[in-house]
Design a protein around this ligand. Structure first.
Ligand code: SF4
Length: 80
């Protein structure tokens, strides 16, 4: 029996998680950079919606031009 908690394509209502937007960490630039790197790495690996988002060609170019050929090699100043 599949694990319903983590299945894809469910018709169940999505779970909403509160965003702690009042914390100091929410506006911390270093924390944002860390989160962007995490998200870029997930999207670089997934690529499921590559045809739907204009960010991908730029992200892939930055990764291809990086010394590691991975998100960790992209200059953080290019994240913007
Ligand atoms: S579906 Fe799209 S936005 Fe979501 S992780 Fe995959 S590439 Fe990124």
């Amino acid at each position: 029996m599949p694990d319903n908690k983590h299945r894809e394509g469910s018709l169940d209502a999505p779970t909403r998680y509160p965003i702690d937007w009042k914390s100091d960490k929410f506006n911390d630039p270093d924390d944002l950079t860390q989160e962007l790197e995490r998200v870029f790495d997930v999207c670089h690996t997934c690529r499921r919606c590559v045809s739907l988002c204009e960010s991908f060609p730029r992200l892939f170019d930055l990764i291809d031009e990086s010394p590691t050929l991975e998100v960790d090699g992209v200059d953080k100043s290019d994240f913007q």
